[in-house]
Design a protein around this ligand. Structure first.
Ligand code: NHF
Length: 390
């Protein structure tokens, strides 16, 4: 959840949605694992409480820290399974143990600190086990509505079967779920959720079909009456070219001429001809097969005779990185690959590129295209999921 910790788009939503809801008067309290990196940054913070995380083979202890971020309360749940993993996302088995521990710890923290929510909202497979636990572990919140938001269906927590069993969570018994799915965190959580949402209306429809349903389409279709797509948004104050310190020049959204300064600055940084009319294309993404980086590179290769300049920013899958590296090496006079997660440069790209490429194979929602729209970098996208809806 931004601004505390960010790996991908989930962080923007988890960070900004509570703020947006607060404007409607909703008191949202956000729980996050107290990741080692965060712990190091917040070294002075004192724990508020410790709570028990029961397991069939004994009890683990979770620590609860709390802080205010932009007027919102954030609870940080710490403990041995979370300390054991250096990164936010790592080995599947270890991740499943740490996130299951986290979810149970978060519920126990609410109980112990006397805060009973009207709705429990879990995001993705990582928080999904908490809903199963809330419903089955005699916790007592049997009537508290449970909402699960799916940000990316293929990530179901594969490898997490043993961890769920270690925390005493029984497999799902919904007859619409295939056998292989019943012991996985995401399907288990979905089977206990009162409502399932995903992050765009189109994706909510797509996941009920074999092409996008990852084998869960029959189950999801059986829940169609309780499955909705609610489009993500971005905070226009956070994404505002008129008040952004990163680009060479700030500009009002009704004076796009000022963007040329930003485009020229990028061309200068990369040592390319400073032509106003050569289209500058940017792609800002995790380098994952989902995101279609290969589709963009192939397309640019096929456009050899057309003028373009291309900047790809992001890191991820080593095979995709290698492909991008080779492409940039072969087109040094007009292509660059920066294998980094760099929020500062990404804002300069939104503010200076003419077009933003988002050729995702599937896209639950996608946020980059909204940032591109806000900054006047025209998104060129595949018509899928949230890209279609926005
Ligand atoms: O925007 C935040 C993000 C989505 O499409 C994106 C994705 C992961 O794949 O909801 O989650």
């Amino acid at each position: 959840a931004t601004p505390l910790v960010k790996v991908g788009g989930l962080a923007d939503v988890a960070g900004e949605l509570p703020r947006a809801l607060a404007r409607y008067g909703v008191d949202v309290q956000l729980a996050l694992p107290f990741y080692p990196g965060l712990k190091a940054e917040l070294a002075g913070l004192r724990p508020l409480a410790t709570v028990e995380v029961p397991r069939p083979d004994g009890v683990q202890t979770a620590t609860v820290h709390a802080l205010e971020v932009d007027g919102r309360r954030v609870w940080l749940i710490g403990g041995e399974p979370i300390d054991a993993a250096p990164a936010v996302y790592g080995a599947p088995e270890q991740d499943a143990a740490k996130f299951t521990f986290f979810g149970i710890g978060a519920l126990q923290a609410c109980r112990s600190l006397g805060w009973e929510p009207e709705v429990v909202h879990a995001h993705d497979w990582h928080a999904a086990p908490s809903l199963a636990w809330m419903r089955t572990a005699s916790f007592g919140w049997d009537r508290t509505p449970a909402l699960l938001t799916v940000h990316n269906l293929p990530y179901m927590g594969a490898g997490g079967e043993a961890a769920l069993a270690e925390y005493g969570l029984r497999p799902a018994d919904d007859p619409h779920l295939p056998d292989w799915a019943r012991r996985l965190p995401l399907p288990l959580g979905m089977s206990h959720a009162d409502w399932i949402t995903t992050v765009s209306p189109s994706y909510a429809g797509e996941i009920q079909t074999p092409a996008f349903g990852c084998g869960l389409e029959a189950f999801l279709a059986s829940r169609a009456g309780r499955l909705r797509g609610i489009l993500n948004g971005i905070d226009p104050r956070v994404w505002n070219p008129g008040a952004d310190a990163a680009p060479e020049r700030r500009y009002a959204t009704d004076s796009l001429e000022d963007r040329l300064t930003n485009k020229t600055a990028l061309q200068r940084i990369f040592g390319w001809p400073e032509h106003g009319r050569t289209p500058l294309l940017a792609m800002i993404t995790r380098l994952d097969v989902q995101k279609g980086v290969d589709l963009a590179l192939d397309a640019l290769e096929a456009l050899q005779d057309v003028r373009w300049q291309f900047i790809l920013l992001g890191r991820g899958d080593p095979a995709v990185e290698a492909q991008a590296e080779a492409f940039a090496a072969a087109h040094r006079d007009r292509a660059a690959f920066i294998p980094q997660f760099d929020p500062f440069l990404s804002r300069r790209l939104y503010a200076g590129a003419d077009m933003l490429l988002v050729p995702s194979r599937y896209e639950p929602c996608g946020l980059a295209q909204m940032m591109g729209l806000r900054y006047g970098a025209v998104p060129v996208v595949r018509a899928t999921g949230g890209l279609r809806d926005t």
